[in-house]
Write a protein that binds this ligand. Structure first.
Ligand code: MN
Length: 285
């Protein structure tokens, strides 16, 4: 048992995100926006979608390209089918994750496989180091049953990536060391997670409300956690309702970030090459 006391990080700022739409008209909230890419390096984007209205999601995300980073899609409710240019296909459903490394290029679609009912989930974009951006595309579908769960008094933690209290997550990445936890807390319950001081980290509360770093964070709010000197972790405490939050952290790449839509590279020239390759059918070849 790890008994090192946690010196908790503070909260640098609380963010509400921006209502927007993407794909063919899917309504979503962009929680981690473009202006936070450097601050939250290696993370480039977090979208939250959650609606009971089919018209908000039914159009889906038809064929589109990606190059230079990874996408991590986590479904809380609903079913989404993905197909890619290499002929791969999979169904993402309640509690499951798709981890896709776009690498040098993939063209895929992400379409709802339901015409009614709730659709809720998240898509996180995780950058790749310059040396890894042109690696072959790869993906893994992780059904809910294959995501390890940590159980503590008053807390259940789904360990999607990284490690928590000795439970190794479903995914590991050497360079960016991502930690991706879905933390479920009973009212008043507390959860502590050690974190290296230099890792950039944030939480996104999607049910209830919790306290961290002496700040109260309500539902649909992101807290950017301060890289407080000498801190060694984060403490989350649920308030008076059952609460759920994503806790996401990673090692910064500290490299230039150049983005043009679905391409994220290091220079403008590499972006022009990506557009050229896409137009000439060589992006995902
Ligand atoms: Mn996509």
């Amino acid at each position: 048992m790890n008994t090192t006391p946690i010196k908790a990080r503070g909260v640098e700022r609380v963010v509400a995100g921006q209502a927007t739409s993407d794909g063919a008209g899917v309504k979503l909230t962009r929680v981690l926006t473009h202006d936070l890419q450097h601050r939250l390096d290696p993370f480039l984007m977090l979208d939250a979608f959650g609606t009971d209205s089919p018209e908000d999601y039914i159009a889906g995300f038809p064929d589109h390209p990606h190059r230079g980073f990874e996408t991590v899609t986590y479904m809380i409710a609903g079913r989404m089918r993905h197909r890619d240019s290499a002929g791969h296909e999979g169904l993402l459903s309640n509690g499951g994750v798709q981890w896709m490394t776009a690498g040098r290029g993939v063209i895929h679609s992400e379409m709802p496989e339901q015409e009614a009912g709730r659709m809720e989930g998240f898509q996180l974009w995780l950058n790749l180091a310059a040396a890894d951006k042109m690696q072959p595309a790869w993906y893994r579908d992780i059904p809910a049953a294959e995501i390890p769960e940590l159980r503590l008094p008053g807390a259940t933690v789904r360990v999607i990536a990284g490690e928590s209290h000795g439970i190794r997550g479903a995914m590991q990445r050497e360079r960016t060391e991502p930690l991706y936890l879905d933390v479920h807390l009973e009212p008043g319950a507390r959860f502590e997670q050690p974190l290296p001081e230099t890792h950039n980290a944030f939480i996104y509360v999607y049910r209830g409300a919790l306290e961290t770093g002496a700040h109260r964070i309500g539902a649909s709010r992101m807290a950017v956690l301060a890289n407080t000197p000498d801190s060694n972790g984060v403490v989350l405490q649920a308030l008076q309702a059952p609460s759920r939050a994503l806790l996401i952290a990673g090692a910064p790449l500290r490299e230039p970030i150049a983005q043009y839509g679905p391409f994220v590279m290091n220079t403008r020239e590499q972006l022009m090459q990506a557009v050229h390759d896409y137009q000439n059918g060589r992006l995902a070849a």
